[in-house]
Design a protein around this ligand. Sequence first.
Ligand code: GTP
Length: 241
Amino acid sequence: MARTAFKRVLLKLSGEALAGEQGFGIKVDIIQEIAKGVAAAVETGVEMGIVIGGGNIFRGIAASATGMDRASSDYMGMLATCINALALQDALEKLDVYTRVQSAIEMAEIAEPYIRRKAIRHLEKKRVVIFAAGTGNPYFTTDTAAALRAMEIDAEVVMKATKVDGVYDKDPKKFSDAVKFDELSYIEVLNRQLNVMDSTAISLCMDNQLPILTFNLDNPGNILKAIQGEKIGTLIRANQK
Ligand code: GTP
């Protein structure tokens, strides 16, 4: 089925994407490349919100597995997303892309608080809105934050940029005969336990008919291709049959 270009999207970037080979922290040349990809996309006039993860700095779930209180470790993860949001804002502004950072946890000296109607106003004024601090709640991932914010700003799609070029039936690194899906339904993703987003995020998208497009960020030019409706990655949506 043909895909169409989008007018308003929510881009989900993982924190790890900023770290590159080093696996932690922020690699300046990588964040610059991602910013260029975003800049090229917004130049077309698309309205873009971005949710960024924090796993390059701190992973809440991993820390709780080692005995740390889950809520505390999740709050630390949320703070990590704020660091990434400010870094991405800086990289985008160096390219003359207007941006606003809104945080789900109030920190007025650092970022605007998350206010839905204000976020929409910023988008209408063609500013990229970077949503920091996840949903502001422990036990929710930044994938769920991406699904939630996408619905709140009335985005047509949540675009999940990852390290692989779509969803496969099995691990393509281990199995040479792994097959990539062009399209999938939410229920197939859940039933097959395909590693796209956590089940809370997928369910939220399914219940609200929000399509998910997952594609490879190793080439940040894919952001432009994705918003222009080029057939890349894997599109997850309600069964079309
Ligand atoms: P419009 O006037 O509606 O076009 O939006 P605006 O974002 O340009 O106006 P506003 O006066 O709200 O913001 C001016 C600058 O202050 C922007 O860079 C905002 O991101 C920033 N800003 C606004 N509110 C806050 C806040 O609560 N905390 C922080 N740290 N910055 C804020």
